[in-house]
Design a protein around this ligand. Structure first.
Ligand SMILES: *Cc1c(COP(=O)(O)O)cnc(C)c1O
Length: 377
């Protein structure tokens, strides 16, 4: 498909197949787990067994690859399965560098599964380039970024950190779940791997779990990941792939509108006397606004977090007074959500006690602002 086409067109074109038998204009869901073998031992379609490959998964993987400007992509049953697959390429004695405020399950998984098996793991304030420079070691194999970070919305410089990683032969991998490929395409800034929890903006309706890795280059790492994907089998079902490809069709429209809503809500909350601080990279007051502007050209996303005046209890109470924001974990769906993160992440998390994470949906933004106004009182 032509790479000249714009994102919205690519999103529609790359998620549909034309069915030559029936003429169906939407992609059929191929539930078959196994595919017919010829007498000579070959497979006409190239498909063998669904753990290895499936038409719905291939369509999704190719679409994600195109949207992220990569060359090859792999779909997984969850975002965590995707991250685990990448970390599974680490060898004994390798070093993994994580942001200090990385998504808490990423850190927990890395420490529990890999830290105990001879992989060195350390964390750094990824938005501080000097600190990153110092934290990269000779044996660093993966520098993991999450930008903007969950839930503090810190922004790290993909281009500069990729360069630092490459100097020691490490790869730079970016969790791009929050901005989605609509707002940020890390490969364009030098990253080697992009990861998504497709359960969030790509799926978009809080009804499908999934994850993916998209790679800048085909080659040894891609072969290793393909092998891990098919041998460990953490793959999405054909129906789940179908749901994500369906989500991709409206991704641009949703993300742009949700971003507009989030920016308006952030500006309202920033001025409210009962709010101590709003973490949103689109605000001029955000400490990393400049870097965000450089690598998120079309907008700053639909996620924000607020620190309310007071303690954890005050913050928790506020979630109960909001009527249009469901108190629940996860993000990226069409319905607005709010969550007190510290009580989920535990006492050793660096998240402030008074922080609420907000996933802004597609409701009317005036309604959303009024809801915060009444809840803050
Ligand atoms: C949700 C999320 C993940 C984990 O993805 P799952 O699909 O829940 O396994 C990883 N990183 C970020 C930033 C997320 O928001």
């Amino acid at each position: 498909m032509s790479k000249q086409l714009k994102f919205e067109t690519l999103a529609i074109q790359s998620t549909q197949t034309s069915d030559t038998v029936t003429g169906a204009v939407t992609t059929p869901i191929n539930l078959s787990t196994t595919f017919k073998r010829e007498v000579d031992g070959s497979y006409k379609s190239g498909y063998v067994y669904t753990r290895i490959e499936n038409p719905n998964r291939r369509l999704l993987e190719d679409s994600l690859t195109l949207l992220e400007k990569g060359t090859v992509g792999f779909a997984f049953s969850s975002g965590m399965a995707a991250i685990t697959a990448l970390f599974n390429t680490l060898k004994l004695g390798d070093h993994l560098l994580l942001p200090h405020d990385v998504y808490y399950s990423t850190k927990a998984m890395a420490e529990d599964l890999f830290g105990t098996k001879g992989i060195e793991i350390s964390t750094v304030v990824m938005s501080d380039l000097k600190a990153v420079k110092k934290a990269i070691r000779k044996n660093t194999a993966i520098v993991w970024l999450e930008t903007p970070s969950n839930p503090q919305l810190n922004v790290s410089d993909i281009a500069k950190i990729s360069k630092l990683a490459h100097k020691v032969g490490a790869i730079c991998a970016v969790d791009n779940t929050w901005p989605s490929p609509v707002l940020q395409r890390p490969i364009e800034y030098g990253a080697d791997v992009v990861m998504h929890s497709t359960a969030k903006y790509l799926g978009g309706h809080s009804d499908v779990l999934g994850g993916c890795l998209v790679l800048k280059d085909k080659g040894k790492l891609a072969e290793e990941i393909k092998s891990i994907q098919t041998l460990t089998g953490g793959v999405p079902s054909p129906f789940e792939c179908w749901l994500v490809t369906r989500g991709i069709k409206t991704l641009h429209l949703r993300v742009m509108q949700q971003t507009k809503n989030a920016a308006k809500l952030a500006r309202f909350l920033e001025k409210h006397p009962k709010i101590e601080r709003v973490n949103y990279p689109g605000l001029k007051s955000h400490p990393h606004h400049k870097i965000a502007k450089k690598q998120m050209k079309e907008g700053f996303g639909a996620m924000l977090s607020v620190q309310v005046k007071g303690n954890a209890k005050n913050a928790m109470k506020l979630t109960g007074r909001l009527k249009l924001f469901t108190t629940a974990t996860s993000l990226g769906g069409v319905g607005s959500l709010v969550e007190h993160r510290k009580s989920i992440e535990g006492t050793d998390s660096p998240t402030p006690d008074n922080l609420l994470r907000v996933s802004v949906g597609l409701e009317n933004v005036g309604d959303l602002i009024l809801d915060w106004e009444q809840a803050l009182g």
